[in-house]
Design a protein around this ligand. Structure first.
Ligand code: MG
Ligand code: ZN
Length: 385
């Protein structure tokens, strides 16, 4: 009896200790390590009339906010005084993000599902569960003579963009992923990752090989924005681009504008994937300011896509995520000042559905609850023969 009561007292003490520990941790998260996003200058958001030509798009621009759940979007809405470019979208659904082997996906399996329509294991870059390569929508578009492009704020060899062009059993095979770019005829890619092309264990110099294949290889963002035609490899950082404040020059929106200008030279149409990579990293860091800054940058990239699509009227713009990151919750804010407070339940990805927004010809296909693989199937049905 005495032993049992001592045992129970011990358990009680442990429980109290861990509860106090958790409280302190939470306090630290919300008040010290995770300050609110504060007032900034709001950017103007345009409204675009969705007047489309025909039922099927000639071009698709797929924008992936890595880790972007509904709370990340609403944090952005609040931070810009109540309105984002995303407010233009009228056709909205939800995507279920589970991978073949895990309830909670990573960006490799999540990217592969969007790129190929097949669920695979976490870590896989467009190979199936038996490590067999899967054709991506970018490769299929290229086979039908459409122009193709990838834009990312991470390294262009990182999981999300890699899933659209490479076939590797492991997402960490950056040099092999870079070499896979040379097996395709991609027209434009802009992102970090220079060293995976230039400084390699196998001694190949993929920069020279790209130039031999007719690519303009540029590292300076201003020079990249001056390109109007031809093939472009924009490698803007040795590895990942830095956070939005340091990467400067509106890197992502300008990269989107440049890519669209080049790709739209192709009269048959184009497929472009754009990634706001670091919304995810803000979630992993459980850092509201990081999430909001990257969310607003991504939204301005969406604005560039809409600006082209509204003039062109044959472009379908899709905005979605590969998964949610951080279990983010908007716990406070002010629509007049743009202040946002966030809280996080995880420093990793979560299982929840993510939003799907569509604008342009075929947009009505993307309503309701769907699987992430359905996003690929719908894009393929609409864009390809
Ligand atoms: Mg990513
Ligand atoms: Zn992540």
């Amino acid at each position: 009896m005495k032993q049992i009561s001592m045992f129970l007292a011990g358990i009680l003490m442990l429980a109290m200790l861990s509860a106090t520990g958790q409280e302190t941790y939470k306090e630290g998260q919300s008040k010290t390590n995770n300050p609110a996003f504060q007032t900034r200058d709001f950017y103007p958001v345009k409204t675009y009339p969705e007047k489309v030509k025909g039922k099927r798009p000639k071009n698709i621009i797929l924008l992936i906010g890595d880790g972007m759940g509904a709370d990340h979007v609403f944090a952005g809405i609040t931070a810009n005084g109540g309105k984002l470019f995303l407010d233009n979208f009228r056709h909205i659904g939800f995507s279920k993000t589970q991978s073949a082997d895990k309830y909670i996906t990573d960006s490799a399996a999540g990217g592969t599902a969007l790129a190929t329509g097949v669920r695979t294991y976490n870590g896989a870059i467009s190979v199936d569960v038996n490590r067999k390569p899967l054709k991506t929508i970018l490769e299929e578009a290229e086979a039908q003579k459409l122009a193709t492009g990838l834009v990312s704020t991470s390294a262009i060899t990182h999981a999300t963009p890699a899933s659209f062009i490479a076939h590797q059993g492991a997402r960490s095979s950056y040099e092999a992923i870079a070499a896979d770019f040379l097996k395709t005829d991609i027209d434009v890619f802009i992102g970090g990752g220079y060293k995976h092309f230039a400084d390699r264990e196998d001694g190949r110099n993929l920069i020279e090989e790209l130039e031999k294949n007719g690519y303009q290889v540029l590292q300076d963002m201003h020079a990249i924005t001056q390109v109007n035609s031809g093939k472009l490899a924009g490698l803007t950082a040795p590895e990942h681009n830095p956070r939005v404040a340091e990467r400067g020059d509106n890197m992502l929106p300008q990269a989107v504008r440049t890519a669209v200008r080049i790709l739209s030279n192709n009269k048959k149409g184009f497929f472009l994937m754009v990634e706001g990579s670091q919304i995810d990293w803000g979630g992993h860091a459980m850092n509201t300011i990081y999430v909001v800054e990257e969310m607003l940058d991504f939204d301005r990239a969406i604005g560039e896509a809409l600006d082209f699509a509204a003039r062109d009227r044959e472009t379908l713009v899709i905005v979605t995520a590969d998964h949610e990151t951080g279990g983010m919750s908007v716990t406070g804010g002010n629509l007049y000042t743009g202040m946002v407070q966030g809280s996080f339940t995880s420093d990793d990805h979560t299982a929840v559905m993510v939003p799907v927004f569509a604008w342009g010809p075929g947009a009505e296909e993307f309503m309701g609850i769907m699987d992430n693989t359905d996003v690929h199937k719908k894009m393929k049905k609409l864009l390809l023969k």
